[in-house]
Unconditional design. Structure first.
Length: 204
């Protein structure tokens, strides 16, 4: 008799992030190839069944989904000791039952929003070269490190020496992200791209 194919169990563990209000819940399953940042409940309700279900919990303030992890930002009047196990159980069950993470078309919809945001910036040829260099550096050196901390960074614009980036996930509202930004990212970009004078951030 053939053995039924048994799925490997869903494993889930938590990792601290530099932001005390955010915790990274890491699974052994690919949840979403890409990044999905839900700061607002309304966006989650529109695009993410998992995000919606998490926002139904009174202590969830933000949800960020990327690859095999979910970074959850809590309401500050709750302690992790009280809610961490509940969230772990909830996520484990949700993934085990094959719950939908994101709706079809999410990536395309977000790309359109990004394009609309970026379209307002017209770069000259020399600026376009600088922008490409900055984007490459952020994607190669900064993103992987920031992802390890449960967050994300996106290039937004370059204007007269000033680079604006968007911080998402655990990086948003995190006290240490400003330090990282100034000491790490700004220092590196200034060294590699002499045209860069400063780096500022916006919350995504």
């Amino acid at each position: 008799m053939d053995n039924p194919v048994t799925k490997s169990p869903v494993l889930l563990y938590t990792e601290q992030t530099p932001n005390p209000e955010s915790l990274k819940f890491v699974t052994n399953r690919m949840l979403y190839k890409g990044t999905a940042d839900f700061r607002e409940e309304s966006l989650a309700r529109e695009w993410s069944p998992l995000g919606s279900a998490l926002f139904d919990l009174p202590y969830v303030k933000g949800v960020y989904i990327c690859n095999n992890f979910v970074t959850i930002t809590k309401e500050f009047n709750y302690g992790w000791d009280d809610i961490m196990l509940k969230l772990k159980d909830f996520l484990k069950r949700y993934v085990e039952e094959g719950g939908e993470i994101l709706k079809e078309g999410f990536a395309e919809a977000m790309a359109e929003i990004e394009a609309a945001r970026g379209a307002s910036y017209e770069y000259s040829e020399s600026e376009a070269e600088i922008v490409t260099k900055i984007r490459d550096l952020i994607d190669t050196y900064v993103k992987p490190a920031v992802e390890m901390d449960g967050g994300n960074i996106e290039f937004k614009s370059f204007d007269q020496g000033k680079v604006t980036v968007i911080l998402q996930g655990s990086c948003s509202g995190c006290p240490s992200s400003t330090v990282t930004l100034k000491a790490g990212i700004e220092g590196m970009l200034k060294r590699m791209v002499p045209e860069v004078q400063e780096v500022v951030s916006e919350m995504g």
